[in-house]
Design a binder for this molecule. Structure first.
Ligand code: CA2
Length: 146
């Protein structure tokens, strides 16, 4: 069975340690455990990087190996045409995921490049939303949605 890639961008390794009023108190390790639990038998490649280059390399890996991509690109959401171009090459479903509701925040967080190619956007569910995204991804894969 092909894996689901759960890719996380810059600063998300600090989750649970700063700004709990926006991002909550759950750590990335706890989020990873929740995703693996939700995925059942489906393998999960759960990763985080502060590097745009590495994130794009992982999208390329998912293009060759993955059934679906759940991506929280953090700040690269709003800046990276290179990430958008990489995601456009992926043939399966893509869930753009944000812990906070980016549309309720400052205007600089309102224009997402990734949304231009995402199948679905999930935002504002908190860290608890990650396992929900994994379950939603299973449905999208079964329906062969792009
Ligand atoms: O809500 C999200 O998941 C975001 O993708 C998080 C990004 C932000 O640029 C997006 O607008 C929304 C920022 C991540 C910052 O990571 C932190 C981690 C721990 C504590 C504080 C910030």
């Amino acid at each position: 069975m092909k894996p689901i890639y759960v890719l996380n961008g810059p600063n998300l390794n600090r989750l649970g340690k700063r700004e709990p009023e926006i991002y909550g108190t759950t750590t990335l390790a706890e989020i990873e455990a929740g995703c693996r639990d939700a995925a059942g038998d489906r393998p999960v490649e759960f990763r985080q990087t502060n590097s745009e280059e590495r994130l794009i390399d992982w999208v390329h890996e998912a293009i060759d190996e993955g059934a679906g991509i759940i991506i929280n690109p953090a700040a690269f959401t709003f800046t990276s045409l290179a990430l958008l171009d990489a995601l456009k090459m992926f043939k399966g479903p893509i869930i753009e995921f944000h812990i906070s509701n980016i549309h309720r925040r400052e205007p600089i967080y309102h224009r997402s490049y990734v949304s231009m190619t995402a199948t679905t956007v999930m935002a504002g569910l908190g860290a608890e939303g990650y396992p929900l995204a994994v379950r939603a991804m299973e449905t999208l894969i079964a329906r062969e949605v792009r």
